[in-house]
Design a protein around this ligand. Structure first.
Ligand code: ZN
Ligand code: ZN
Length: 139
C-alpha cells in the first residue's frame, strides 16, 4: 500500500469521462523535452509528477499506446479515448511508478517542475527556466 502521508490529489481528463485520485506525495516533478513528448504535447514538454502506481485509483475507460524508446524501454502513455487528454505515462523500466501529466491534475495543487530533461531536443525557440535543474538527455 502507498504511504498516504495525509496528502492526496485528484484529476480528470478535459471531457470528464476519466477521473482519478492519488494518495501521497510525488517523488519528483519534471518536464521532458524529448521529441516523443513534444509530439504528445503539441510542441512543448510534457510535465510529469511521479507517483507510485498503486497510489493511483482511476475511474472511466482509459486507452493506451506504446512507444519503443531509444533506451530500449517501452514507454506506455494513457489517455482518454473520448477527448484525447494525456493522463499518465509509464516506463517498462519502472513499472512501480507512473508519470502523472501535470495538466490533468485538479487545481489547486502546489506541484511544479524542478527538473528539465532532454533539453538538447528542445526547439531553438524555447527558453527553459534557468531555475530548473537541466539535463541534456535522460539523467
Ligand atoms: Zn476525456
Ligand atoms: Zn519525454
Amino acid at each position: 500500500m502507498a504511504d498516504t502521508n495525509g496528502k492526496s490529489f485528484s484529476g480528470s481528463c478535459a471531457c470528464g469521462v476519466v477521473t482519478y485520485r492519488i494518495a501521497g506525495e510525488p517523488f519528483a516533478v519534471r518536464q521532458c523535452w524529448c521529441r516523443h513528448c513534444q509530439k504528445l504535447s503539441t510542441g512543448g514538454p510534457t510535465h510529469n509528477a511521479f507517483f507510485r502506481t498503486d497510489a493511483i485509483t482511476a475511474e472511466g475507460t482509459i486507452a493506451s499506446n506504446v512507444h519503443a524508446a531509444d533506451s530500449g524501454n517501452q514507454l506506455t502513455w494513457y489517455f482518454c479515448p473520448a477527448c484525447g487528454t494525456q493522463l499518465f505515462g509509464a516506463s517498462s523500466a519502472r513499472p512501480e511508478m507512473r508519470a502523472v501529466r501535470l495538466g490533468s491534475l485538479d487545481q489547486a495543487h502546489e506541484l511544479e517542475p524542478t527538473i528539465a530533461i532532454w533539453v538538447q531536443e528542445a526547439p531553438a525557440w524555447v527558453r527553459i527556466d534557468p531555475a530548473l535543474e537541466q539535463h541534456p538527455g535522460q539523467p
